[in-house]
Design a protein around this ligand. Structure first.
Ligand code: ADP
Length: 445
């Protein structure tokens, strides 16, 4: 970027200097041209006023040495005298522009290119009292010769100016880029602002993305560490039980107990692995989940039926209230969402407690759209305020031993959160420690 800006600045400067020089040549040549004509006019006037035309032959010889040509023309256009050519051989001059003009208005001038491009001939003519015309002319450089003779100086100046521009461009680019480089090195600093106000929204966006990337990287790292830790526990116990059986020292009764332990740990491992796989599938399918029309009430009913045995085991009653209501969703995901919320409501409940699942549509008064609401309410142990923000994080549990003893993996609500995001739904958690929890999911499609 630095190099590119540098090159652009030098290019623009060179172009500007080059154009200025060419323009100046034209301006200078115009002045030069005016000056030559002015001089010729002065000579002609002087000769006319001082009546030097009487001795034109004498003067002509002297002026010849100075490169000035004198021509005396009669009122009919015939050439009476010329200090550079034989007047008898010269054609009638009444048609020449400067002569015609002088005959008509008293004075006339013309500039004609000579055969070579290098010179131009300047003519100035004045009418005399005897109605004849005196013409003074001189060869001078044309615009090309003026330009080419000045070219070495022009090129020298151009080179010096370009070098100067390169040095200036180098410093200027450095100054321009410095705040951006500084920013790139201090992306972690949240309060970093720019010297360029136009860059502020861009910087905020980059900083936000940078923070997200860092957060994601940290989450991924924590997740990997947690997964390893969670897998290690059941595997260690499986390995321990197996080792005890292997030594042959365990009684038959112990072997049965150890086998039960191995079975439990293996099941735990399986559940854990299934949840991990499910989370990574949800991560990947965020954009491509296929949706269909589903009846939320019907699906909640199926879930309640499926979990009623489990609820009975925990001595918790489970019931469904509400009315049919249709949503656009992914069937498997909505099943998982219902299962995880209801399963938690049963597992974190007290004996004799209850779980109520409610489904109903709700018309929005403000914009006339219809929302579909699912609420899973329990009378269980509740979630302390300080944990409520974090229970949707992967592997976050309020009471680790209770979660594990009831078969929890710490991933259920992380899966729920993902599913809610995929369905563009909203969620509300209301919980009071010791009284119960209610989780509402609001679908707007
Ligand atoms: P787990 O497999 O441990 O249940 P979840 O992700 O489903 O993991 O839930 C995370 C934590 O949130 C649980 O360990 C528990 O402490 C708390 N939690 C979830 N649902 C409820 C609920 N209905 N009542 C009380 N606590 C709950």
């Amino acid at each position: 970027m630095k190099k590119k800006i540098n090159r652009m600045l030098v290019f623009i400067a060179t172009l500007a200097i080059g154009c200025t020089m060419i323009l100046l040549t034209f301006v200078y040549y115009d002045l030069f041209r005016k000056q030559v004509l002015e001089d010729l006019r002065a000579y002609a006037m002087l000769m006319r006023e001082s009546e030097a035309t009487e001795q034109v032959e004498v003067l002509g010889g002297e002026l010849d040495d100075c490169g000035i040509r004198l021509t005396l023309i009669g009122a009919d256009g015939s050439v009476l005298f010329d200090n550079e050519a034989d007047q008898t051989r010269m054609e009638n001059h009444s048609e020449r522009p400067e002569i015609a003009e002088a005959l008509q208005s008293g004075e006339g001038y013309a500039v004609r290119k000579s055969e070579t491009l290098a010179a131009s001939t300047f003519y100035y003519a004045v009418r005399l009292d005897n109605q004849g015309v005196l013409r003074v002319s001189k060869d001078a450089g044309s615009i090309y010769s003026v330009f080419f003779s000045a070219l070495p100086i022009l090129l020298g100046v151009l080179v010096i100016l370009v070098i100067l521009c390169m040095i200036l461009a180098h410093f200027l680019t450095g100054n321009l880029i410095r705040p951006i480089e500084h920013l790139a090195q201090n992306l972690d600093d949240g309060n970093e602002s720019s010297d360029y106000e136009e860059l502020t929204p861009f910087i905020s966006m980059i900083q936000e993305q940078h923070r997200d990337i860092m957060k994601n990287a940290q989450m991924r790292q924590e997740f990997t560490a947690n997964v390893s830790h969670e897998l290690k526990t059941p595997l260690t116990s499986i390995s321990g039980y197996a080792e005890l059986i292997e030594t042959g020292m365990a009684s038959d009764e112990d072997v049965t107990r150890f086998a039960h332990g191995i079975h439990n740990s293996a099941n735990r491992l399986l559940t854990l692995i299934n949840d991990i796989i499910r989370l990574s599938q949800l991560d990947a399918s965020e954009q491509q989940a296929s949706f269909e029309t589903l009846d939320l009430y019907d699906m909640a009913e199926t879930c309640v039926d499926m979990l009623s045995m489990n609820a009975e085991k925990h001595r918790v009653s489970i019931s469904l209230m509400g009315e049919p209501c249709q949503i656009q969703g992914n069937r498997q995901m909505i099943e998982e969402l219902l299962y995880n919320l209801c399963d938690n409501a049963i597992r974190y409940n007290n004996p004799g407690g209850s779980v109520t699942v409610e489904v109903w549509p709700k018309k929005q008064e403000t914009n006339g759209t219809e929302e579909k609401i699912l609420v899973v309410r329990d009378t269980g142990i509740g979630i302390p305020k300080e944990h409520q923000e974090r229970i949707f994080e992967r592997f976050y549990r309020v009471d680790k031993s209770r979660s594990k003893s009831t078969g929890g993996t710490g991933l259920g609500l992380a899966i729920v959160k993902h599913i809610i995001a995929i369905h563009n739904a909203d969620m509300k958690l209301v919980s009071e420690e010791g009284k119960g929890t209610s989780i509402s999911v609001i679908f707007s499609n």
